[in-house]
Design a protein around this ligand. Structure first.
Ligand SMILES: [Ca+2]
Length: 153
């Protein structure tokens, strides 16, 4: 049993050395990056021209505060590639808002487009569902399908 444990420690240490060796890119003072990149696509039901899109990585579903935000201009396209660099490991919500109104912060409003990863029709997932592991990249494919936010009743 003890020999087996040492074996696993040796394997872990060897992997650690490999990760350090592949980290590269920074100065000697920079820590080895352990955070992940998150790549995906924000899908819209229709092409919209020039409104701002924002994708949030968040502990909850309120975009007033967030862990990370990626944003840009829609430029008349129904599939918008987004990316995040350097996201701390954790399990999060990830959602996209296309700001058809003038406001650029806070919750989506009627006539904006809103979508959450893992659900359709702008429904919030029951729990955070984006797992960001440490020290590796999530390949593209985190697809968020946005839908029109209906007018308030
Ligand atoms: Ca939040």
């Amino acid at each position: 049993m003890r020999r087996m444990s040492y074996g696993w420690i040796s394997v872990a240490m060897a992997l650690g050395v490999v990760f350090v060796g592949c980290g590269g890119g920074g100065s000697d003072r920079d820590p080895v990056p352990v955070n992940a990149n998150v790549l995906g696509t924000l899908m819209l039901p229709e092409a919209v021209d020039t409104p701002t899109y924002q994708v949030y990585i968040d502990d909850d579903t309120d975009p007033t505060t967030f862990v990370a935000r990626s944003e840009g201009i829609c430029a008349c396209n129904t599939a918008i590639d987004y990316f995040f660099n350097n996201v701390p490991p954790g399990t999060y919500y990830i959602y996209g808002i296309v700001r058809m109104n003038q406001h650029l912060d806070g919750p989506a409003q009627p006539n904006d487009f809103l979508g959450f990863y893992g659900t359709l029709d702008g429904q919030k997932p029951d729990a955070p569902n984006l797992v960001v592991p440490g020290g590796q990249e999530i390949a593209s494919g985190i697809e968020i399908r946005a839908t029109l936010v209906p007018p308030a009743p």
